[in-house]
Design a protein around this ligand. Sequence first.
Ligand code: DX5
Ligand code: ZN
Length: 219
Amino acid sequence: MKYIIAPSILSADFGNLQRDIEMINKSEADWFHVDVMDGVFVPNISFGFPIMAAVKKHAAKPLDVHLMIVEPDKFIGDFAKAGADRITVHYEACTHLHRTVQLIKASGCKAGVALNPHTPVSLLADIIGDLDLVLIMSVNPGFGGQQFIQNTYKKIRELKHLITGVNENLVIEVDGGVGVENIGNLVSAGANAFVSGSAIFATNSPTETIAKMKELTGK
Ligand code: DX5
Ligand code: ZN
């Protein structure tokens, strides 16, 4: 089993974005996690296409784009063109989720669906076979640096159960409050991709923290 570490550039120093991207390029990280917030779906605004283009220009690893926006269908083609490899939309933001997932795939990207902490995994039962990734939010989306919600473990186990015999290659990604202290337990619960922002960028050596996280997955 390959475990994925996806540093969130939301916690990078935007004044030194290229430096932080090069750091991730040289580290053991696997993907760049790109958090897009619109100020409507979540109570915060992060960045849009110009910043994403700047990231894409320097990033030597895939872009894992997490859209915390309403009406994502309007922009899927643009995010694909801007260099997304994976596009994850929120269950709560999609009235016609099946259509949105097909749009993502037609754009040439892998398709993911994110669940807010209050949204049950069981709601994905009729779409799970179409997905490449499910992103379980372990904080309420909108900000980095929040406290991990413990109920996440139960949701990971339920998702693992849901994909068994149906879509076992699906990536189970966890986002929010993830760091060296809980990554081992998240692996045990069944997760295999880990987004981490503040726990990586707030340390003296982000590269070493990434290596430590990777080591704790058992690789
Ligand atoms: C939150 C974002 C996360 C965030 C994680 O809305 O989706 O990706 O950057 O940051 P930390 O690891 O600091 O909780
Ligand atoms: Zn995210």
